[in-house]
Ligand binder design. Structure first.
Ligand code: P61
Length: 456
């Protein structure tokens, strides 16, 4: 599929972002030149996937595409019970509504925002236990997504009174810079879970990218195929949630896959109530076919080498010019370190979002803030605002969409903005919703005097 790109004038961008309340989610997509908001649902489908859509069987029950999809998930992930959903957060919602109760605790390396919100929606507590290196944007470590087994052990011992119905690992760790998790780490976490009798569930959105990074970074895996590495990883767990909008190479789709038949049965009952019949789960038959084919295609190593290489190349261009980024570059995105990019803007003034706004206003590039707008929250006890350690701007690269030339334009734009960074000013909120506020928040730019006053 070839799509035209539209170049919008600086004046028009200025107007559009102002009307959007400085929220990039509210800018119409056809006014974006290069769209790096997300790699979710934005990838290009292959000829084979498009052909698959044409053999969609839209039977209400027992569509043949469901069986193709079920087989693909069983082959790749190895879990017996396969429950289709329309996207990842529904998989999370169904799983957590079924197994969590108020007061429970869910550990993860770092919960993605929808995962955290769905845990908290059940009145449970989402605890992030990534290794310390994973919270430091500068330190080099091949597997900064690893979940710290010692922190997990401590939590499971100390929270004896609270239930921990499952442990999650997000591969790759999106909120921590798209960083991979090693197989050795999954084994270590598995061992802690086994000793405490707690199931291990993967958030598998970017499993193929994680497994490619295992192949290229973890000793002993160089000669193993990515498909074999994936099988080995998932065999260490009890199930997964999946947004197939990432490594399923589709525009919509997801699933829960589990070994636990009792959980699967309860989830299926809820699925029928709120999502759809068990053999389509909120999707059309053709979507299931696209997903079945995409899940196999994403394991193609020529594709993965190009994919991960393209993201790394963008990172290298930026690094060479001294732009502060999260190192090493992970799977699906380059993350700008807004704290070091804009050290004159305190976190209370949303430096990440200021960078997002400037990248659009000046260059027509859409990125997304993964920092205080997304994650800062009020501590229920002290009433104080708690800011996330990492203040990042993500340049997420859709799969099979952009060329190296596009990446060069992005790099040159970011580098130019970095040279001019002192001009940028902080922002303040003018509207926020009670949950997942970054989607609908409205903001305003601080005047020079306000910025100086607030910083003091
Ligand atoms: C993304 F700004 N990610 O990265 P769904 N787990 C993980 C994800 O990365 C993820 C989901 C679960 C998105 C889309 C997105 O505030 C935002 O299919 C590791 O999107 O429901 C999604 O999967 C949820 C972007 C989601 C956002 C929420 O861009």
């Amino acid at each position: 599929m070839v799509e035209p790109l539209r170049r919008v004038s600086r004046e028009e961008r200025e107007r559009l972002i102002r009307e959007a309340g400085l929220n990039i989610f509210a800018v119409p997509a056809d006014s974006i030149f290069i769209d790096l908001l997300t790699d979710s649902g934005t990838s290009a489908m292959s000829d084979d996937q498009w052909a698959g859509l044409m053999v969609g069987d839209e039977s209400y029950a027992g569509s043949r595409n469901f069986f193709h999809f079920q087989l693909a998930v069983r082959e790749i992930f190895g879990y017996q019970h396969v429950i289709p959903t329309h996207q990842g957060r529904m998989a999370e919602n169904l799983l957590f509504s079924t197994v969590l109760k108020a007061g429970d605790v869910v550990p993860n390396n770092i919960h993605f925002d929808t995962t955290r919100a769905n845990v908290e929606h059940q009145g449970a507590e989402a605890v992030d236990l990534v290794i310390d290196e994973g919270l430091d944007p500068v330190v080099e470590h091949p597997f900064k997504g690893n979940l710290d087994p010692a922190k997990l052990e401590r939590l499971l011992r100390e929270r004896g009174g609270q239930r921990v119905p499952l442990v999650m690992i997000t591969v790759t760790n999106n909120s921590g810079g798209g960083q991979p998790v090693s197989i050795a780490n999954v084994r270590a976490v598995r061992e802690v879970c086994r000793r405490h009798g707690v199931p291990l569930i993967f958030d598998a959105c970017r499993f193929a990218e994680n497994c490619w990074l295992v192949k290229t970074r973890e000793p002993g895996f160089e000669r193993r195929s990515v498909a074999e590495i994936a099988r080995e990883m998932f065999a260490l767990g009890d199930g997964c949630t999946m947004s197939a909008k990432k490594d399923g190479l589709v525009n919509i789709g997801g699933f829960v896959a589990l070994n636990n038949g009792e959980w699967a049965e309860r989830i299926t009952n809820l699925l029928i109530l709120i999502e759809g019949f068990p053999t389509y789960g909120g999707l059309a038959g053709r979507d299931l076919e696209g997903m079945a084919r995409g899940l196999h295609e994403v394991l193609n190593e020529d594709y993965l080498e190009f994919r991960i290489g393209q993201v790394a190349h963008l990172g290298e261009m930026l690094e060479l010019a001294g732009v502060p980024i999260v190192k090493p570059v992970g799977g699906h995105a380059v993350y700008l370190d807004a704290k070091r990019f804009l050290p004159h803007i305190p976190q209370a003034q949303f430096p990440g979002q200021a960078l997002v706004v400037a990248l659009y206003r000046e260059f027509g590039i859409r990125s997304v803030e993964v920092g205080s707008l997304m994650f800062a929250h009020r501590d229920p006890q002290s009433g104080e605002t708690v800011y996330p350690r990492l203040e990042l701007v993500r340049l997420a690269i859709p799969r099979r969409v952009y060329t190296t030339e596009h990446m060069r334009y992005v790099a040159e734009s970011v580098i130019q903005l970095y040279r001019d960074r002192e001009r940028l000013r902080g922002l303040r909120l003018t509207y926020e919703a009670p949950v997942l506020r970054h989607f609908t928040a409205r903001l305003a730019e601080l005047s020079a005097a306000e910025a100086a006053g607030a910083a003091r």
